[in-house]
Design a binder for this molecule. Structure first.
Ligand SMILES: Nc1ncnc2c1ncn2[C@@H]1O[C@H](COP(=O)(O)OP(=O)(O)O)[C@@H](O)[C@H]1O
Ligand SMILES: O=C(O)C1=C[C@@H](OP(=O)(O)O)[C@@H](O)[C@H](O)C1
Length: 293
């Protein structure tokens, strides 16, 4: 696949100003459409196995801003490589499999951080099953929604059920588990989650608020109260919750920072990062953890 992609790309196609999106800060976002897929550059030295696994087919030196500053993504690299996301995640997952040895992956992070969205992508790549703790709690409550459970029985009841669900899941293997945003607060939950590998999806609060406002706060009862327009109200609540929970998220075995991914890929806005790119970064960070690279 890589060979087909690389041999299909000509340097003359590549050096086309229309295919280089200039970012306002002067960094460049390199991508090229090929066979309906978006190929991304990735600096070779930041991708530990890149040199062996991917064919490096172009070397460019570009002066790339009006101020003649180097593009941030190229500053330390002279030889970008181009990766197809779907091949990259497949290869990374294969590489990681023997080290994971069937251990579950617990995704933790604030509401809206992408635990469900990224979790599905990760589970597919690893050949794991995906489970969402909130859904299991809803099933255990006879089909009531999380919002109804909070309203009828209170948060304490919800938290007890959340712990019970995590306890059961801790006995299982080959699962990617999307936990609820508040699961990190109870120490007992960490005893269960530590049977597997925990991954914190660290997303800037502003991006979370924008995402959540876009879908509405209906299913997230902790965001139902407060004043102001939907964005301001959500942002305020997220800030308060993050103040309470920030340290607890940092207990996770690995942290996947969207700000770091954006910097690597030369993106201005973290919302441009695809769920697959986030899942790839999660696999890379887990690999670092398990191989102590
Ligand atoms: N990388 C992403 N890019 C764009 N939208 C995303 C991304 N990750 C999540 N979303 C969107 O954000 C919202 C919340 O994501 P979700 O996966 O449900 O978060 P969580 O499970 O952590 O609460 C959803 O509407 C989802 O489509
Ligand atoms: O942050 C929290 O305390 C909660 C997050 C929600 O899950 P998501 O993180 O999947 O939205 C859900 O468990 C419940 O509304 C409480």
């Amino acid at each position: 696949m890589e060979a087909r992609v690389s041999s299909g790309l000509q340097l003359s196609n590549w050096v086309n100003p229309e295919k280089i999106a200039r970012k306002p800060t002067g960094s460049l976002q390199f991508f090229q459409m090929h066979g309906g897929k978006r190929l991304y550059h990735m600096p070779v030295s930041r991708c530990p196995r890149a040199k062996e696994r991917f064919h490096r087919f172009v070397t460019l030196k570009v002066s790339c801003s009006a101020e003649n500053r180097k593009a941030s993504v190229l500053e330390s690299e002279s030889s970008p490589a181009f990766f197809d996301e779907s091949d990259t995640i497949k290869n990374k997952a294969e590489e990681l499999e023997p080290y994971l040895d069937g251990r579950c992956i617990y995704l933790v992070g604030m509401m809206g951080s992408g635990k469900t969205t990224v979790g599905r992508v990760l589970s597919e790549a690893l050949g794991y099953s995906f489970v969402d703790c909130d859904v299991l709690i809803e099933e255990a409550a006879g089909g009531s929604t999380v919002a109804e459970i909070f309203k009828l029985h209170g948060e304490g009841f919800f938290r007890e059920n959340e712990t019970e669900v995590l306890k059961k899941l801790s006995l299982m293997h080959r699962l990617v588990i999307s936990t609820g945003g508040g699961a990190v607060v109870r120490p007992i939950n960490w005893r269960h989650m530590n049977k597997g590998i925990s991954v914190w999806l660290d997303v800037p609060l502003d991006a979370l608020a924008r995402r959540i406002v876009a879908v509405g706060t209906g299913s997230r009862p902790l965001l139902h109260h407060g004043d102001g327009d939907p964005y301001t109200k959500t942002m305020k609540r997220l800030c308060t919750l993050f103040e309470e929970r920030g340290e607890a998220y940092a207990n996770a075995d690995v942290r996947v920072s969207l700000e770091n991914i954006a910097a690597k890929l030369g993106y201005e806005d973290v919302t441009d990062i695809s769920p697959t790119a986030i899942a790839i970064e999660a696999l890379i960070q887990i690999e670092h953890l398990l191989t102590r690279k």
